[in-house]
Design a protein around this ligand. Structure first.
Ligand code: KG4
Ligand code: ZN
Length: 329
């Protein structure tokens, strides 16, 4: 089965083509340069760019895959969560193609795309603890099977990626903060500042990162006394310590033997390093997607679509976008 998937939930216009479980093409037109001027995503600017970029990105994906639209068996698009004006563009195009070619359509949950991305090319989903760390979400999910998820806990304020981005902005780093904080942290001392590890020992699987961001803000008047690389490394260490501790505890408390980590922040090299160490020590298997599948992309949407279409699912054309779509009802 050949599936064409579109992702346009936020600021990446992405198109992927999968044939069974082989990725034939995954094109991503990033809007980073566009949003750097404002230091964040302006929804109308994002949606106008999706409108402009979707057709060339789609053509590029078809050329890379070496197929024509007539060879596609189903069309999928991200249904939510995300920016309404961004979501509607990918959904409208995927539905239009489905109608035009008389093929099924499927709306996909962006968070399920992230959640299952570490299993792609590794034998498919299996029971595990899923840690999703993206710009908008931080959650721990108990995965029993495809579509059988239990939310263990999530952030009560900022998402991990959001904290990285806000701290990057406070420190005057280029947009987006996450990868730039990560880069600078390589030359910094993670013990230079003892930042709080909020909720690390709380008796639940909730997270909180806004206090940590405020602690960085309090340091700003004394910035001259610190090396920016040390602040980045110390901040990053605090985020990573909490994410690692809670993921390991979630696996132990549910007796799962695998942790599957996804979302843009799972590109973070220190997070990958410390998770690998902790999983080895705890006898757990760690599954990480390759970096191009961690940040927003359409391959992960196509992967979920393939799994669900194979199980006989499709969406009626009346299916609308849902900016607040949840992973678990
Ligand atoms: O999953 P994603 O592409 O978009 C959402 O669905 O939100 O995640 C983007 C987030 C941004 O906050 C970005 O700064 C962060 O992932 N990110 C990183 C790194 N690479 C991307 N954060 C920390 N370290 C990185 N290397
Ligand atoms: Zn995402």
């Amino acid at each position: 089965m050949t599936v064409l998937a579109i992702e346009s939930s936020c600021d990446e216009t992405a198109v992927a083509i999968l044939r069974d479980d082989v990725l034939l093409a995954s094109e991503v037109a990033s809007q980073i340069a566009l949003h750097a001027a404002t230091g964040g995503v302006v929804p109308e600017v994002a949606s106008r760019s999706h409108l402009r970029m979707l057709r060339p990105t789609l053509n590029e994906a078809l050329a890379t895959a070496g197929i024509g639209l007539g060879e596609v068996d189903a069309f999928a698009a991200t249904r939510g969560p995300g920016l309404a004006t961004s979501l509607m563009i990918g959904m409208a195009v995927a539905k239009g193609l489905a109608v035009g070619f008389g093929k099924p359509f499927l709306g996909v949950n962006h968070m399920e795309g992230h959640l299952l991305s570490p299993f792609f090319g590794k034998g498919g989903p299996r029971p595990a603890i899923g840690l999703i760390v993206s710009g908008g979400h931080t959650m721990l999910v108990d995965i029993a099977d495809i579509a059988d998820y239990r939310l263990l806990g999530q952030t009560v304020d900022d998402a991990a990626g959001e904290a990285f981005d806000k701290v990057g902005k406070l420190l005057g780093l280029p947009y987006p903060g996450g990868p730039n904080v990560n880069k600078l942290a390589r030359d910094g001392n993670p013990k230079a500042v003892d930042f709080p590890r909020s909720m690390m020992h709380s008796d639940d699987f909730a997270f909180s990162f806004s206090g940590l961001k405020t602690s960085v803000r309090y340091l700003l008047p004394k910035l001259a006394d610190f090396a920016v690389a040390d602040i980045c490394a110390s901040f990053q260490e605090a985020v990573v310590d909490v994410l690692v501790a809670k993921s390991i505890r979630a696996a132990k408390s549910t007796s799962r033997d695998t942790i599957a980590v996804s979302g843009g922040v799972s590109c973070n090299t220190r997070l990958r390093e410390k998770l690998a160490e902790a999983c080895k020590k705890a006898g757990l298997q760690l599954l990480l997607a390759e970096p191009s599948l961690c940040t927003d992309n359409a391959a992960m949407i196509g992967y979920v679509a393939s799994l669900r279409l194979a199980a006989g699912e499709s969406s009626p054309l009346s299916t609308d976008i849902d900016p607040n779509l949840r992973l678990v009802a």
